[in-house]
Design a protein around this ligand. Structure first.
Ligand code: NAD
Length: 392
């Protein structure tokens, strides 16, 4: 009898799980349903470009109806409300429910506000195409407002958190703000663009030379860094830093960190600090009929340290999950997860970037890093196209 596979999430982990499962299982062997809150697969590693108006939405939000066309993969657009691994059932906010033989949890991560007072209520975030559009509209709106108000807060933009998300966003804004200022009739010299980071440096995953390279490149384009200064409170438009100083701003984008998805953390499967614990086959250690792909699971490396939740990891997990689900149905042997790291690339605007690539961490800066980042995006898109061709 045909098995029911339900996949929650259509990000990197969910999309790749669905395509990989379909590659290994025919429509008569398994019914595959993907449930996602948006009607698109979003290339979240490119959202900073959308937020600064550098790419169109269709470049970063690929319609699921198109992606799954002819693949016998059902798509349900809806918001998951509850996951019941004991009853093997998923319930949605619209009252519908889905039972399953195998569940894939690929819901990604959520913004972590670390309990900082006023932060959630008074900040924007960059986790979806809709949020990127909101940042873009907001920034342009504030510049128009400043032309009339001459209120410094309207021309002050603060990014909270100097990890990859915050730095890539600030790089893009640094490139685009001068043009948007001209459009709005505002002098760019009136604009303040801050990146606030709690730790002594931004981007701690890179070497000191590359970090300095990033800082210099961004400072030359007007970014002001405030490091070793955690945001401790936000009150309306007033951002307070640890040393007591305050910044008045009409725009705070919070990129200060992520945490496991609450639905996964609270559904009753075994978790480790909010992220699902998995075995080497990417099954939940407490519920083997639940597989995990992407940020909502924690995968430990050989040294016992968790791997950072990245797109490349989610993508590879999804591929293995699809194959391992097929193996559980066909009596094949399950494969062990061995992630391959191609490195880390950070874009610093349209034409600049830094990167550390390959096993030996070869360092790149400037145009080669920027091109490599574009190539890695193109490689991902062609990879999913290849999987479409292979799927039953
Ligand atoms: P992150 O956790 O990597 O970085 C958040 C930063 O915010 C940290 O540097 C932290 O010190 C800082 N911070 C925390 N609290 C703060 C406070 N109160 N005030 C000021 N700063 C504060 O988060 P991220 O950048 O969103 O990245 C999340 C994951 O996604 C990471 O694993 C990252 O590798 C991945 N990612 C990868 C790429 C890429 O490969 N190009 C791009 C974006 C994200």
């Amino acid at each position: 009898m045909s098995k029911k596979i339900v996949i929650l999430g259509a990000g990197y982990g969910g999309l790749l799980s669905a395509l990989s499962a379909r590659k290994h299982l025919s429509a008569s062997e398994a019914q595959i349903t993907v449930i996602n809150k948006y009607d698109s697969h979003q290339i979240i590693t490119e959202l900073h470009r959308l937020a600064a108006g550098n790419v169109s939405e269709k470049a970063v939000a690929l319609p699921l109806s198109k992606l799954f066309k002819g693949k016998a993969i059902d798509v349900k657009i809806g918001s998951v409300q509850a996951v019941d691994p004991a009853g093997k059932k998923v319930s949605l906010a619209d009252g519908s429910s889905y039972d399953y033989d195998t569940l894939v949890l690929a819901l990604g991560s959520e913004t972590n506000y670390f309990g900082i007072p006023g932060l959630q209520e008074n900040s924007l975030t960059l986790k979806s195409a809709a949020e990127a559009n909101r940042i873009f509209a907001h920034v342009k709106g504030k510049l128009r407002a400043y032309r009339v108000s001459k209120n410094k807060a309207d021309a002050t933009f603060v990014i909270g958190g100097g990890g990859l998300t915050g730095v890539e966003l600030v790089g893009e804004l640094a490139d685009e703000l001068p043009g948007y200022c001209r459009e709005a009739g505002v002098d760019f010299n009136d604009v303040s663009l801050y990146l606030v980071e709690a730790m002594p440096t931004i981007l701690p995953m890179f070497s000191p030379e590359l970090i300095q390279r990033a800082v210099t490149s961004l400072e030359q384009r007007g970014v002001q860094f405030l490091t070793s200064l955690p945001i401790t409170e936000v009150n309306g438009g007033v951002v307070t830093l640890k040393d007591g100083r305050t910044i008045e701003t009409g725009t705070l984008v919070w990129t200060g960190g992520v945490q496991g998805h609450a639905l996964v953390a609270n559904c009753g499967i075994e978790v480790n600090r909010g992220r699902a614990s998995v075995n080497e086959y990417l099954q939940s250690v407490s519920h083997p009929d639940v597989f995990l792909a992407g940020d909502c699971a924690v995968v430990f490396g050989p040294e016992g340290r968790p791997y950072p939740p990245t797109a490349q990891l989610a993508w590879q997990m999804g591929e293995l999950v699809g194959a391992n689900i097929a193996a559980t149905y066909n009596g094949g042997s399950l494969q062990t997860f061995h992630p391959v790291f191609s490195g880390t690339l950070a874009s610093l605007g349209r034409k600049d970037g830094i990167g550390s690539i390959g096993e030996h961490g070869i360092e790149l800066k400037g145009a080669p890093a920027s091109l490599m980042k574009k190539a890695s995006n193109a490689r991902y898109l062609s990879h999913i196209e290849g999987l479409f061709a292979l799927a039953y």
